[in-house]
Write a protein that binds this ligand. Structure first.
Ligand SMILES: Cc1cc2nc3c(=O)[nH]c(=O)nc-3n(C[C@H](O)[C@H](O)[C@H](O)COP(=O)(O)OP(=O)(O)OC[C@H]3O[C@@H](n4cnc5c(N)ncnc54)[C@H](O)[C@@H]3O)c2cc1C
Length: 389
C-alpha cells in the first residue's frame, strides 16, 4: 500500500501517556509533524468517569500544566491531598507523612483518570502540528529505508520514529518482538467510589491487610476512591456481596477510622500484574508508559512513571537533530529503565513484606514502620517516591 503521509513522529495510543507525549512534543517542537493513532473513539464527556483515580506527583502535574490540561481540571476532577497514613493489620506499625513536614501545601493531587484523558484528547485537535487518527487500528509495522511504515485500516503512513504508548498489552511491542515477561500477583484490584461518615481530612489512607493493601484516596465533597487489592478468592467474594455487606466489610477493613461507609458507584475489578519490557527502543521505535512497564498499583505510581517517561523522552528528542539516532534513544532508556525497574522492585518487595504474617516478621515490620516514621532521611526518601519526584 502506498504511503499517504510522512511524519516526524507517530505516537500509537491516545491514553493519557500517549496524548501527553504528542502534546508536549508538539509544543516543544512546533515545526515537527506529529501524528497520533488511537484504536478507540475520542473519549466523550457523556461516557463519564471510569472510576480510576491517579495520585499524581509533581513531575506529572507540571507536564499536564505545560500542555494546558492541569488548569482545566475542576475541583471534582483534581483534589490536592496533604497527608498520608499507612498502617498494618498484623502489627502496631503506623507511618504518616504530611505536606507540612516537607514545606509544601500538598503531597500531590488525586486526578480523575478518565476526565484527564478526555481533556488531553481534546487538546490534540487544538494543536496545529498534530494529526489525530481516532477509531484507527495499526494492523502492521514495517521497516523501510531508515523509516517505519504503519499500515492502518485503509491507509499507510511513514515516520522516523514510532512512539508506542498503546498500554500494557501493546501490540506495537509485540510486532517489534520486544519481550516483556509478565508476573501475576494473583490478586485483583477493586476500584469504587465511596463517601464516609467522618471527614477524610484530605488524607490518603492505606492499610496493609493480610490479603493485600487497601487504599482510600480523598476526593472533593468527602468522597474517596478506593483501590482494594485482594487475593482472587477474596476479590470474588467482595465483588459478589451486596452493597450493605460490602460497605460493612470496608468499614471493618479500615478499622472504622472513617466511620460508616456508603458505596457511591459500581465496583470494578482488574487483574494485578507487573510487566517490564526487556528493551525500551529499537531503530526508529521507542516504548513509553504501560507499553514499557506496568506495576502493582499499591503506591499509585503507574501513571506517574509514564509521565516521567514523556518528560525524559521529549527533553532528549528536543536536543537531538535526528529522532532515529540510537544514541538518543539509548539515553532515554538509561534515564528511565532503572527508575521504572526500581519502583517495580519496591512495589513487589512491599507486597511480599506485607503478605508474610508470621508473628516474628509482623513484629519486626511494625517496629520498622514506627522507626521509619522517626527517621527523617529515610522518611524523606519514601515521601519523595510517593510524591512522584
Ligand atoms: C487498579 C489500578 C489502579 C491504579 N491506580 C493508579 C494510581 O493511583 N496512580 C497512578 O499513577 N497509576 C495508577 N494505575 C496505573 C495507571 O492507570 C496506568 O499506568 C496508566 O493508565 C497507563 O497509561 P497508558 O496511556 O500508558 O496506557 P493506557 O491507559 O492503557 O492507554 C493505551 C491506549 O492505547 C490504545 N491502543 C491499544 N492498542 C492500540 C493499537 N494497536 N492501535 C491504536 N491504539 C491502541 C488504547 O485504546 C488506549 O487508549 C493504576 C492501575 C490499576 C490497574
Amino acid at each position: 500500500m502506498a504511503v499517504s503521509q510522512v511524519f516526524d513522529a507517530v505516537i500509537v495510543g491516545a491514553g493519557a501517556i500517549g496524548a501527553a507525549c504528542a502534546l508536549k512534543l508538539a509544543h516543544t517542537q512546533p515545526k515537527a509533524k506529529i501524528a497520533i493513532v488511537e484504536r478507540g473513539s475520542m473519549l466523550d464527556a457523556e461516557l463519564g468517569e471510569n472510576l480510576r483515580v491517579w495520585a499524581l506527583g509533581e513531575v506529572a502535574t507540571q507536564l499536564l500544566s505545560d500542555v494546558g490540561v492541569f488548569q482545566q481540571l475542576d475541583a471534582a476532577a483534581c483534589f490536592p491531598y496533604s497527608r498520608m497514613v499507612v498502617w498494618d493489620e498484623n502489627s502496631e506499625g503506623e507511618l504518616s507523612f504530611s505536606a507540612q513536614e516537607f514545606d509544601r501545601d500538598a503531597l500531590g493531587h488525586m486526578v480523575d483518570a478518565s476526565f484527564c484523558t478526555q481533556i488531553l484528547q481534546q487538546q490534540l485537535s487544538c494543536t496545529s502540528n498534530i494529526t489525530s487518527f481516532f477509531s484507527t487500528q495499526v494492523d502492521a509495522m514495517e521497516q523501510h529505508k531508515g523509516s517505519r511504515r504503519l499500515i492502518l485500516d485503509n491507509d499507510a503512513i511513514a515516520t522516523k520514529l514510532v512512539i508506542a504508548a498503546d498500554g500494557a498489552q501493546s501490540s506495537i511491542r509485540k510486532m517489534a518482538k520486544v519481550f516483556a515477561p509478565t508476573k501475576s500477583y494473583e490478586q485483583r484490584g477493586i476500584v469504587a467510589k465511596i463517601r464516609s461518615e467522618q471527614a477524610h481530612k484530605d488524607t490518603a489512607w492505606q492499610r496493609f491487610l493480610a490479603t493485600g493493601p487497601l487504599a482510600v484516596l480523598p476526593l472533593a465533597d468527602n468522597y474517596s476512591s478506593i483501590v482494594w487489592s485482594a487475593s482472587e478468592l477474596e476479590a470474588s467474594e467482595l465483588m459478589a456481596c451486596d452493597q450493605t455487606q460490602f460497605e460493612s466489610r470496608l468499614q471493618g477493613a479500615l478499622e472504622n477510622r472513617l466511620g460508616g461507609i456508603e458505596l457511591m458507584s459500581e465496583r470494578f475489578a482488574f487483574p494485578l500484574t507487573s510487566r517490564q519490557a526487556e528493551t525500551y527502543y529499537q531503530p526508529g521505535l521507542v516504548l513509553i508508559g504501560d507499553a514499557a512497564h506496568s506495576i502493582h498499583p499499591l503506591a499509585g505510581q503507574g501513571a506517574n512513571l509514564g509521565f516521567k517517561d514523556v518528560a525524559a523522552l521529549v527533553e532528549i528528542l528536543s536536543h537531538s537533530k535526528d529522532w532515529r539516532d540510537p544514541a538518543a534513544l539509548a539515553k532515554y532508556q538509561r534515564l528511565r529503565r532503572p527508575d521504572n525497574l526500581q519502583t517495580d522492585f519496591l512495589m513487589t518487595s512491599l507486597h511480599l513484606a506485607y503478605l508474610n504474617n508470621s508473628p516474628w516478621w509482623s513484629l519486626a515490620r511494625g517496629r520498622g514502620m514506627n522507626w521509619l516514621t522517626q527517621n527523617a532521611t529515610i522518611k524523606d526518601w519514601l515521601a519523595r517516591q510517593g510524591m512522584g519526584l
